[in-house]
Design a protein around this ligand. Structure first.
Ligand code: M6R
Length: 613
């Protein structure tokens, strides 16, 4: 997964492209590059050093030709070929007059490369992408116009792509195309631009359109033509975007993660807004699946990855408990290959901050193939999942830039719990009074989350005592289990420490052998029907010498009695408690990562949005 950017008609193409690449860095930062088009040829610069390739590129761009008005750029998350300058995009064809950037994977690149080499091309990189530049080159050499040459090249590839191509023979034109990978076009009166996502363009325009799969776009200054790969011209659909650029910047915090953790009360409150009719019944406006269709559902499958998967696990408890609907939760990359049993009475829900994660997107497509109704939970308006699903529920967390998901994770739990309650309302498995009581509890969550955040200093003190620890177990039971998994994931991705999330009751079936003095056990011990059993499991590890840190409800002396350290949180009804309980674990991971000198916004080896398998 990578970020691509392009612009034509701007008086300052290099600085526009560099600024866009900075905003796209969360998609990957193994290398960065740009190509500027002039009639005499392509000017190209690329950088691939450490995690700051866009900064390095910015320095190189100071020598860019003055007056270049058209160009494309790329920030890379390496898949095929190591992070290096040779493998950095843009890639050129043999003539050096065509440059191309790509996000996605060309699955048949090896066989295409053999044919290209046979036909005398020279491949300068190890990437799957470069073959595309040469395939377009061949079509152009036969006299095909650039947009059709691109389509012809793409007809030979298998895989996913969003690409942008420029050619020195057409200095003001960018040709772009996509399949299964996002691409957005923005317009002003005299500039046309494109990017992998909306925030990269927000500073310049709000006139945006999203390209659909198998569409090709021709951008010239201030104008856009879109056609299908079959050659039919189409009128692209405009996007509605309410975010401002300010919302995508750090707002005074040291880093995006810190800012985004502190935005959590707001993210939860926004996600709860306007979800009730005047008579008090729940109403999910965006849903687009009517009540009768929802009543006919007899099973729910939820698919997601990473933190979104942990939110989905909480939803399973909520849907089964309140709506009494059998609910399965799957890792998206496993679901699509396991021959799932689905039909029109199954509701398949894809949970994704970005709405672009390829595994989740493909899992939803697989569900559709089986006739299932499909619902997307997305934070990004008009994301691929939102557009393709039968219905959509938006989390309203605002843009999340930090690679580690925080506010979107909380918003996902909240919106999924609203879905669970709506299903309970429709099915009559909970009375209006019971639903009302839970909804009131949900509305208390922003204050509870704010209180949990206000205890940052206490978590910092605990982090100080844990510096030097190398092995962590995160334990929980019931809804505490996904909280434990999320705590472990945050610690792994931010601090690079070994952290295992486990159901506390399962530990004695093997992993307890790993517990020894020096092991840190972080337990989620907020009040729930399994609270006593959880404390018994904690006693088992404490007696084997583990250092015990517990997340516990305010004033819980019993929990404090078995712990070395307590991370206090305001008490909440058990099934809502993950929204609050995960907050000190986010802070703990953040604090340990900072003490280890890690970049919390851009952890090594990761990218914000994973648009490859
Ligand atoms: O955009 P998505 O919610 O689909 O992303 C899913 C995961 O890639 C994501 O949650 C990832 O695990 C984060 N780095 C977690 O902090």
């Amino acid at each position: 997964m990578c970020g691509i950017i392009g612009a034509t008609g701007t008086a300052a193409a290099p600085s526009f492209l560099i600024e866009g690449l900075h905003r796209l860095e969360y998609r990957g930062y193994d290398s960065a590059g740009l190509a500027l088009v002039e009639a005499q040829g392509i000017w190209r610069a690329r950088a691939a050093e450490g995690t700051h390739s866009v900064e390095d590129l910015e320095v190189l761009a100071r020598t860019a030709p003055q007056g270049a008005r058209c160009g494309i750029g790329h920030t890379r998350w390496a898949t095929h070929g190591r992070p290096s300058v040779e493998n950095a995009h843009p890639h050129l064809d043999c003539t050096g007059r065509l440059a191309l950037v790509h996000n996605g994977i060309i699955e048949n690149h090896a066989e295409l490369a053999i044919g290209l080499l046979d036909r005398g091309h020279v491949l300068a990189s190890e990437t799957d992408t470069e073959c595309l530049a040469h395939l377009v080159e061949e079509a152009v050499a036969e006299g095909t116009r650039l947009s059709r040459a691109v389509v012809r090249a793409l007809s030979m590839v298998r895989g996913s792509f969003a690409i942008a191509v420029v050619h020195a023979d057409q200095p003001g034109t960018i040709v772009a195309a996509r399949r299964a990978t996002p691409l957005v076009v923005g317009l002003t009166d005299d500039v046309s631009m494109l990017a992998s996502d909306i925030p990269a363009l927000l500073g310049t325009t709000r006139r945006l359109v999203a390209l659909e799969d198998d569409q090709v776009a021709v951008l010239t200054p201030g104008s856009l033509e879109v056609a299908t790969f079959d050659g039919d011209e189409i009128d692209p659909t405009a996007l509605t975007v309410e975010w401002d650029l300010e919302a995508a910047q750090k707002g005074g915090y040291d880093d995006f993660m810190s800012k985004e953790m502190h935005e959590q009360p707001h993210a939860v409150a926004e996600t709860l807004l306007d979800r009730r009719s005047p008579d008090g019944t729940l109403r999910l406006d965006d849903l687009r699946i009517d009540d009768d269709q929802l009543r006919s559902i007899d099973r729910v499958c939820i698919v997601a990855c990473g933190s979104s998967y942990h939110a989905a696990m909480v939803a399973k408890y909520a849907i089964e408990h309140w709506a009494r609907l059998p609910t399965e939760v799957d890792i998206a990359s496993e679901f699509r290959y396991r021959d799932p049993v689905l039909d029109q009475r199954t509701l398949t829900v894809g949970v994704s901050q970005s709405g672009e994660t390829l595994d989740t997107l493909q899992a939803l497509r697989e569900a559709r193939r089986w006739g299932s109704r499909v619902l997307a939970v997305s934070n990004v308006v008009d994301s691929s999942m939102a557009r393709e699903a039968d219905g959509v529920l938006y989390t309203r967390a605002g843009p999340e830039i930090g690679v580690a998901s925080t506010k979107c994770h909380l918003a996902q739990i909240v919106v999924l719990e609203l879905l669970a309650l709506t299903l309970a309302q429709l099915r009559g498995t909970r009375t209006p009074a019971q639903i009302d009581a839970v909804v009131r509890g949900l509305h208390e969550l922003p204050d509870h989350v704010a209180e949990a955040l206000a205890r940052e200093k206490e978590v910092r003190d605990v982090a100080d005592t844990l510096v030097g620890a190398r092995d962590f177990f995160f334990l929980g039971r019931g809804v505490g289990f996904p909280v434990a998994l999320e705590g472990a994931l945050k610690l792994k991705e931010l601090s690079y420490l070994r952290a295992e999330g486990y159901p506390a009751g399962e530990l004695k079936h093997g992993p307890i052998a790993l517990i020894e003095p020096g092991t840190v056990v972080v337990g989620v011990a907020t009040r729930s029907p399994l609270y006593e059993k959880m404390l018994a499991n904690v006693a088992e590890v404490a007696s084997r010498g583990a250092t015990v840190v517990l997340v516990a409800d305010d004033g819980d002396d019993q929990a404090a009695g078995v712990a070395d350290h307590v991370l206090w949180v305001p008490a909440t009804e058990a099934i809502l408690s993950p929204v609050v309980g995960v907050v000190p674990l986010q802070i703990l991971a953040y604090q340990l990562a900072r003490r280890l000198g890690n970049d919390v916004d851009r952890p090594r080896n990761l990218a914000k949005t994973v648009t490859v398998e």
